[in-house]
Design a protein around this ligand. Structure first.
Ligand code: UDX
Length: 447
């Protein structure tokens, strides 16, 4: 009989994983403690913006015309324990308040809630990003609390999906990594992932700590790559060089490659910033803090981008923000997402407002979330509305919609034609041809 799968925690990761498991042909039951989220998902509505996910839900939750009915959601942990052969834990591990370390309380609670109801053999698979060493600790906790004892086995299977591409990344990942302690666990996970593996996705089988570390190492590498090119952008600013041309020249070297070399406002979101901090904290506990001191620098280079953006905006406003109107294009931490967690764009908007400017923000998808979190900023329903009367326009999240803006049309509504491109993707010559001062980060000559 086909494996029955449960997914515990239905945020970005869990909702996507549950829908993709149904797409792969499994019967799936998703669990969350938030009844509103469960009601929305059960009705086929996605509580966040993630391209392609709503279509998958409608295709698989019961009650929609032609749906497979394979995907259901519940708030009952007893039902989940009874239903599943494989339980995926997909709850989040945010940064602890006032500390670098990861808050493991949601993962711990998930195991504590599930384990006492496990009365038949099953595999519990952690997908959350956790400090190395957590899986070993959780395996003991699981076996101690579960009525079936060690027949409730643990495995670790880190998730590498990117927001905005979550469905594609889950169905066609670059690689699958599983940390296991038995051949039985490996066999079950091979069964779960039989389709992507048959399509050629590499399947890496390893121990718990290596599996946990792959995730921390991958995110650290990506963050380092971004901060490296942003450090080069700082040097370019002082040397009169152009960081975009520099990155292009570097990318021809196959050992370096061109991805994650876009200089600009730097990284944000619910993963990279908190994951590199949690990794430093964990390395400290393990006595390996020196190995990761470079990540402190990666973090500070990244945070400096935000102050540099504020400086560039101030320069364009003639040296001070008082009485100036600033249009901010973008609120999400990256395009194709409505996620505003640690958003560089909103951080910059907030700083500029504190320094006396009148700031109006527009984002194609993230305005509702931004308004809840930053109610004191003004919001517009379109880019043109945000730019009305602006002394400077800041392009801070690179939505496709902003690349397609007509410089003449925007020029007709602003007070002054001044644009700072925080993502280095707008067509500078086109904006300049329409009479704009175009300033980009790490490209002092591109004015
Ligand atoms: C990231 C990892 O890519 C993913 O594997 C992991 O599972 C979770 O964290 P995500 O946070 O969704 O995913 O976004 P990603 O596309 O990696 O971008 C992260 C941040 O880096 C964004 O703020 C983005 O704007 C920024 N970025 C990315 C750059 O500033 N320059 C680049 O060249 C690439």
């Amino acid at each position: 009989m086909a494996l029955r799968i449960t997914v515990i925690g239905t945020g970005y990761l869990g909702a996507t994983h549950a829908a993709c498991m149904a797409e792969l042909g499994f019967e799936v039951l998703g669990l969350d403690i938030d009844p509103d989220k469960i009601a929305a998902l059960s009705a086929g509505r996605v509580p966040m913006y993630e391209p392609g996910l709503a279509e998958l839900l409608v295709k698989h939750v019961p009650g929609h015309e032609g749906s497979t009915g394979r995907l259901r959601f519940t708030t009952s942990v007893e039902e989940v324990a009874e239903f599943g052969d494989v339980h995926f834990i997909c709850v989040n591990t945010p940064q602890k308040k006032g500390e670098f370390a990861a808050d493991m309380s949601y993962v711990d609670s998930a195991v504590d809630a599930l384990a006492p109801h496990l009365t038949r053999p099953c595999l519990v698979v952690g997908k959350s990003t956790v400090p190395v060493g957590s899986a070993g600790r959780l395996a003991e906790r699981l076996a101690a609390l579960a009525p079936v004892g060690e027949a409730a086995e643990l495995a670790w299977n880190p998730e590498f999906l990117r927001e905005g591409y979550a469905v594609g990344d889950t169905l066609h990942p670059d690689r699958l990594v599983v940390g296991v302690r038995s051949e039985h666990a490996e066999r079950l996970l091979r069964e779960v992932y039989a389709t992507p593996v048959a399509e050629g996705v590499p399947f890496v089988v390893t121990d718990f700590p290596t599996a946990e570390l792959v995730k921390a190492a991958a995110n650290s590498f990506l963050a380092t790559k971004i901060s490296f090119i942003n450090a080069m952008a700082e040097v370019c600013e002082n040397a009169g060089a152009d960081v975009v041309q520099l990155a292009q020249a570097l990318s021809h070297d196959e050992r370096i490659g061109g991805k994650f070399l876009n200089a600009g406002l730097g990284f944000g979101g619910g993963c990279l910033p908190k994951d590199i901090r949690a990794f430093m904290a964990r390395a400290g506990e393990l006595g390996a803090d020196q190995a990761l001191t470079f990540l402190r620098e990666v973090d500070s280079i990244n945070m400096r981008r935000r102050s540099r953006m504020v400086e560039l905006a101030r320069e364009q406003c003639g040296g001070g923000f008082l009485g100036r109107r600033v249009a901010v294009l973008g609120a999400a931490f990256k395009p194709n997402s409505d996620d505003i967690r640690d958003s560089p764009a909103l951080n910059v908007a907030g700083q500029i407002q504190l320094q006396g400017a009148q700031v109006t923000v527009y984002d194609p998808k993230a305005v509702d979330n931004a308004r809840k979190m930053f109610p004191s900023l003004a919001y517009a329903d379109s880019a043109l509305e945000a730019c009305q009367g602006a002394h400077v326009v800041l392009h801070l999240t690179e939505w496709q919609e902003f690349r397609e803006l007509d410089p003449a049309a925007v020029g007709a509504v602003v007070s002054e034609r001044r644009l700072v491109d925080g993502r280095n993707v707008l067509d500078g010559p086109r904006w300049r041809a329409a009479g704009w001062t175009y300033r980009a980060m790490g490209r002092p000559g591109a004015e």
